[in-house]
Design a binder for this molecule. Structure first.
Ligand SMILES: [Zn+2]
Length: 330
């Protein structure tokens, strides 16, 4: 190609070459591929003045990788996730004014700063800092951030607990879908919207909606696993899951209903489900299952579910494969 050679001081025939050069970063030698131009007339090699690639940035990135340090984009995405400006995060971490800006623009962080940055990648650590120093942020930003972090931590803990109980694999027991607490929330809210639903009935309605959807599309709505219990098929770990959902969404409520000697829990949602999280088919399956069992009491739907093949052919505490959806009675 033609280009200006600074050595010949004229337009010459140039070629691009890639050469590996060693960069030294804090006593580590890091080879970096550098793009150069070579002049075919005088043999001189020189940098591409238009090149965006900064070989030092590349060397730092490799150095951070070797040392397990935080990368610039991780800092940026941490900030963005919590809606913090560089200034705000600096205030929380006790960093000087331009420090974060330099780090986000490829400068190599010092070790103390890196230790702090790595710690706050764990929401629990960030939470204790925000609890202590959140007042440094404007308005109620600190309070909101505490709320967001608490939510996130609860979700993480719930998910990891569920994983210890067998949730996780995407298979015929999850209806070929990854279990999602948010989608479960949508399904629960769709069932309970402006509607009082006994917990026993809610368990069965979720079962029917998930299995019906599996029958129609080959995947469940929520990814919940269903287990054979005395009172029929129910979502595995439903107590933990409902408690989590109740904490997540204040429009979803639970009331104790005491009648004679029995006490039962009633779920209700005053808020509409976030329909953007579910497909049209999923919403209509939820709607038709709800409609089908509209006049069923908790007892009636329990008895009905006892006649399902998926229930009859499994034993106590056994998981029910979604393959039984083909034999669903509705
Ligand atoms: Zn030249």
């Amino acid at each position: 190609m033609k280009g200006f050679c600074p050595s010949c001081e004229k337009e010459s025939e140039l070629t691009r070459i890639i050469r590996v050069e060693d960069f030294t970063v804090k006593n580590e030698i890091i080879p970096v591929e550098v793009e150069l131009f070579a002049c075919l007339e005088c043999g001189e090699e020189f940098d591409d003045p238009m090149s965006e690639a900064d070989p030092y940035a590349i060397a730092y990135r490799e150095y951070r990788k070797r040392k397990g340090m935080v990368q610039p984009e991780e800092i940026r995405s941490l900030r963005e996730r919590y809606f913090l400006t560089q200034r705000e995060l600096s205030l929380l971490l006790g960093f000087g004014g331009a420090t974060l800006s330099r780090y986000e623009n490829d400068a190599l962080q010092d070790e103390t700063h890196d230790t702090i940055l790595r710690l706050v990648m764990d929401p629990k650590n960030l939470l204790s800092i925000v609890r202590e120093k959140g007042r440094l942020l404007n308005g109620d930003k600190g309070g909101k951030l505490v709320e967001q972090l608490e939510k996130e931590i609860r979700e993480k803990e719930t998910l990891s607990y569920l994983q210890t109980r067998g949730y996780g694999p995407v298979d015929t027991f999850s209806g070929n879908k990854e279990m999602s607490l948010l989608r479960t929330l949508c399904a629960v809210k769709a069932i309970c919207y402006k509607n009082n639903v006994y917990k026993t009935k809610l368990n069965k309605l979720l079962f029917y909606a998930d299995f019906k959807n599996y029958e129609q599309t080959g995947s469940s709505i929520t990814g919940l696993r269903y287990v054979h219990l005395k009172h029929g098929p129910v979502p595995d770990q439903f107590e933990i899951i409902y408690e989590y959902l109740l904490g997540l969404d204040p429009t979803l409520t639970k009331e104790e209903d005491s009648y004679l000697d029995c006490s039962a829990e009633i779920f209700r949602s005053e808020g509409e489900p976030d329909t953007t999280m579910l497909t049209f088919t999923e919403l209509s399956v939820l709607g038709s299952v709800k409609e089908y069992f509209k006049n069923f009491t908790a007892k009636a739907i329990t008895d009905f579910s006892h006649e399902e093949e998926g229930y009859k052919q499994t034993r106590d505490k056994e998981f029910i494969s979604y393959e039984f959806a083909k034999k669903l009675k509705i």
